[in-house]
Design a protein around this ligand. Sequence first.
Ligand code: CTP
Ligand code: MG
Length: 190
Amino acid sequence: MTLEATLFGAVWLMLPAYLANPAAQITGGGLTLDFGRKGRDGRPLLGPGKTWRGLVGGVVGGLTVGSLQVVASAAADDPSVLPSFDPSGGVASPASFAVVAVLALGALLGDAVKSYAKRRVGKERGQRLPIADQYDFVLGAWILSFALFPAWFAASFPPGAAVFILVITFALHRGVSTLGYRMGLKAEPW
Ligand code: CTP
Ligand code: MG
């Protein structure tokens, strides 16, 4: 495979994780993930920005886009054109949908872990935590997909492609956050 195809492929496979966050923003609200519980420091465990509706909506959003991608990969029938979510190494299989869901769920769990860390260091909802803000969902998606589908992960994100993802995520995060802010979906431009 060419370098371009490998790099494009890595971005393609990250789309369910990338889209989980904006989907959570659109659908979020209501009961919080931490049920309003506080830590021993008296601060919220996760805070009001992490809700069940956002978690479910984010996974459904990632799964929706990812399912279209699975169908597209199957139609292209050539992993060098559209890489595959199939953990058994084929083009597409029912397990592909599990991989897609795991990418979206991992992204949102990474985001929730970051909120936990933010609350422990005394940051309020929406206050920024540089680096963690940009990479929480990438690391969450990678860790969970590596844990559950190690062979698929290794084939999909070789080191060069992983570095590329880290670099473009930084730029993408800025762009998408600014857009979300201008559209009134986000309270802050980061
Ligand atoms: N959201 C949600 N449930 C989630 C994740 C996100 O409801 N599991 C929604 C919330 O409305 C949240 C918004 O998406 O305010 C933006 O998400 P994020 O930036 O991750 O949360 P913050 O409000 O910045 O909170 P925190 O400081 O805890 O990151
Ligand atoms: Mg935020």
